[in-house]
Design a binder for this molecule. Structure first.
Ligand SMILES: [Zn+2]
Length: 377
């Protein structure tokens, strides 16, 4: 990239959420997603932050496309399909101004999403432009979304490389994306994602740019048709992307992470709690209060006195199956301190239904495992 006399710097974006969708060239009934954020998606997000409409963006696209983009895949996605209907009975407005109605006035589309992914995006280029983008991301004019409007981010999109640093990263100000992506510690989406505190190797997608006329793109460079030339109508130009990997630290990122809210639960090492648990099991004759199978666990009906101060009536003996069924219902309802009393008749049908669901799922799993074991043999 020809830097001229202008200063270069980098802005980092964190693109993370339950769902993301970075559309590829499929525009019709089946809409797929690329495996990582596209340049048109990221530039579109920046236009949203700046409050630029599709038409107003036209004059700024050349400048925004001039930024080089690198993507680090911090958490690869699980691909997921959504069945969607468009324009029930009302029809759909066409580009020509007419109204298109399907056989029943409804169009069916399938849309692909990336579930539970996390990406770190680095944009490099002119320092003044990068500063404007950083400002807009911190105070976005319009709602930001991850590729589709139905995909809100779950963390702020503007990512600081370090807490005590400004957004300008002097280490990465040399027009090189790889050192920039190496600068920011890995940020696990869930605590369980970090297998160890040691450095981690992460895949990344780095835009390849010609630095002088004699540069030839490497054979392994991929062509992504995602450099936005116009949003209205959508026109994309090709861009070259190289697959690479970076090794980054883990520890620092964990400290930045908001810890998950503490789940109200008893301290199982507490001797007083252990005593009350045993007393409750004895009073239930070691049997599940719901199905009368041998009890393996004790469930809290309320967590209000949990941690050693609970009364015997706060607890109920349960077998593993009934315990899992009750827990599923509780999670589904997002219950707080007061939980399900499995002896209460109002829960009876739901517990039975959940138990059957778990048994069906388990036998399915066993069959699957048996089948894959046979395949190995
Ligand atoms: Zn039971």
């Amino acid at each position: 990239m020809n830097s001229g006399n202008s200063e270069h710097s980098t802005v980092f974006l964190r693109l993370e959420g339950p769902l993301q969708a970075w559309g590829d060239t499929s525009k019709f009934v089946i809409r797929r997603s690329m495996e990582a954020p596209t340049k048109s998606g990221v530039v579109g997000l920046i236009c949203c932050a700046m409050g630029l409409s599709r038409v107003a963006a036209r004059e700024r696209l050349a400048e925004l496309n001039g930024l080089a983009m690198g993507v680090r895949i911090d958490r690869a996605a699980t691909r997921w399909w959504d069945y969607q209907t468009v324009g029930a009975r009302t029809g759909m407005t066409t580009a020509a101004g007419g109204v298109k109605t399907g056989a029943q006035g409804t169009l069916i589309t399938r849309r692909e999403y990336l579930a539970d992914a996390s990406f770190l995006v680095a944009l490099q280029g002119d320092a003044v432009l990068v500063e404007r983008i950083a400002g807009a991301l911190q105070k976005p004019k319009w709602q930001l979304y991850l590729g589709r409007k139905s995909c809100p981010p779950s963390v702020p999109v503007f990512a600081r490389p370090r807490q005590d640093e400004t957004w300008t990263n002097p280490m990465a100000g040399k027009g090189s994306l790889k050192p920039a992506l190496e600068e920011v510690p890995w940020c696990p989406r869930y605590r369980g994602d970090a297998a160890s505190d040691g450095p981690i190797n992460l895949p990344c997608l780095i835009e390849w740019r010609q630095t002088n006329d004699t540069d030839i793109a490497p054979d392994e460079a991929e062509v992504w048709y995602d450099a936005p030339f116009s949003f209205d109508p959508p026109v994309h130009h090709p861009r070259l992307v190289m697959r690479d990997a970076v090794t980054v630290d883990v520890g620092a990122a964990l400290q930045h992470r908001t810890p998950p809210p503490p789940r109200p639960r008893a301290d199982y090492r507490n001797s007083e709690y252990k005593r009350r648990r045993i007393a409750r099991l004895e009073s239930d004759h070691g049997l599940c209060v719901f199905c009368k199978s041998p009890a393996t666990t004790v469930q809290h009906v309320t967590y209000r006195r949990a941690g050693g101060d609970e009364e015997q009536d706060d607890l109920r003996s349960l077998c593993r199956l009934c315990h899992d069924a009750v827990t599923m219902i509780e999670y589904g309802m997002g219950m707080g301190l007061d939980r399900i009393n499995p002896e209460d008749r109002q829960w009876r049908d739901q517990i039975i239904a959940r138990r059957e669901e778990i048994i069906r799922f388990r036998s399915l799993e066993t069959r699957r495992r048996r089948l894959s074991a046979e395949e190995v043999e």
